[in-house]
Design a protein around this ligand. Structure first.
Ligand code: MTE
Length: 319
């Protein structure tokens, strides 16, 4: 299989950051000179519909790890997405024909702006960034993934949550005709997840719309999914259709299924074992069969950015 890595892409295919910034400055200046209120639309993040289409105007993020990303092949063939089967290879096969457009996102609950938004309109106000993050799955494997997305903090601010919004809840599409895994009750569908408002607005949390500079592959959660790098992978809910600003802690799928094993917080923690296995070490996917496991880091190595969120909280009880 021929994989196009960033290194293989001709410089002429990439909008340089300078050009990109100049273009935006140009649009902004024009909008101001013309007294136009159209500026936000003109600065739109545009997400093409075609599979593997490149995303335009993606800025680099200082939050990226300098570890080498896993290959495109690893990232798109070893997945957890129970809506398309419970085997790691199932999503790549059974999500092949999934059509992630047209797509709408309902924004509900304690916010000044709510409604049902077409995916493109939803994305327009935000700037795209590449964030290379470690993903640590609760099953003790990990990968490094070059996501493209927008800070969830920007999205939250845009919808103007009220002081009652203590949590942000997310839901995946529920449509067994399009997601064949939902014909079996392996989970109580739709897949649900949630964060505290402080976690949702932490600068590390993103809504991702692509990877390796291209639109999100179906098996990774097209067209839009959450990425919370200091938490076990199951918090990073895929194919989101609903975002709700809630006063009470929302129900979350794995906690509903097995509360003894999966808590609401799900912070990566090598000191707190899963009831059935250790969380102290992890296997890096793609490292080869004989590679030794590597130690798992507290908060998946993102402690300097997030440890303050859990000060005074007993992480053994609040797992
Ligand atoms: N989101 C939905 N809707 N359904 C799922 O089964 N699996 C979770 C999470 N998001 C899951 C989901 C788990 S357990 C992991 S480890 C990550 O997605 C995997 O993301 P990836 O396949 O892009 O690596």
């Amino acid at each position: 299989m021929l994989i196009r890595r960033p290194a293989d892409i001709r410089p002429s295919e990439i909008t340089s950051e300078t050009n990109y910034l100049n273009r935006r400055e140009f649009i902004r200046a024009g909008a101001i000179a013309g007294g136009s209120l159209l500026a936000p639309a003109a600065l739109a993040a545009v997400i093409p519909e075609q599979r593997r289409a490149r995303l335009d105007g993606v800025a680099k993020s200082p939050f990226s790890t300098d570890e080498t990303p896993n290959s495109y092949d690893d990232i798109t063939t070893y997945n957890n997405f129970y809506e398309f089967g419970t085997g790691k290879g199932d999503p790549a096969v059974y999500a092949r024909d999934f059509e992630p457009r047209p797509w709408t996102i309902a924004v509900e609950g304690h916010a000044e702006k709510t409604g049902i938004f077409d995916f493109d309109d939803f994305m327009k106000p935000f700037d795209l960034e590449e964030r290379i993050y470690r993903l640590r799955c609760v099953e003790a494997w990990s990968m490094v993934i070059p996501w493209v997305g927008v800070p969830l903090a920007d999205v939250v601010k845009h919808f103007l949550p009220t002081s009652k919004a203590k949590y942000v809840a997310f839901e995946t599409l529920h449509d067994p005709s399009r997601m064949p895994g939902q014909r079996r009750r392996v989970l109580d569908w739709p897949y649900r997840e949630g964060l505290t408002i402080a976690e949702a607005t932490n600068p590390l949390t993103i809504l991702a719309v692509g990877l390796y500079g291209e639109v999100m592959p179906n098996q990774n959660g097209a067209p839009i999914r959450l990425v919370v790098p200091w938490k076990y992978g199951f918090k990073s809910i895929k194919s989101i259709v609903r975002i709700r600003f809630a006063e009470r802690r929302p129900k979350t799928s794995w906690n509903m299924a097995t509360p003894r094993e999966y808590g609401f917080y799900a912070n990566v923690n090598p000191d707190v074992d899963h009831p059935r296995w250790s969380q102290a070490r992890e296997r890096r996917i793609g490292a080869g069969l004989f590679a030794s496991k590597q130690p798992t880091l507290m908060f998946n190595g993102y402690g300097e950015h997030v440890a303050h969120l859990y000060k005074g909280l007993d992480l053994r009880r609040n797992f």
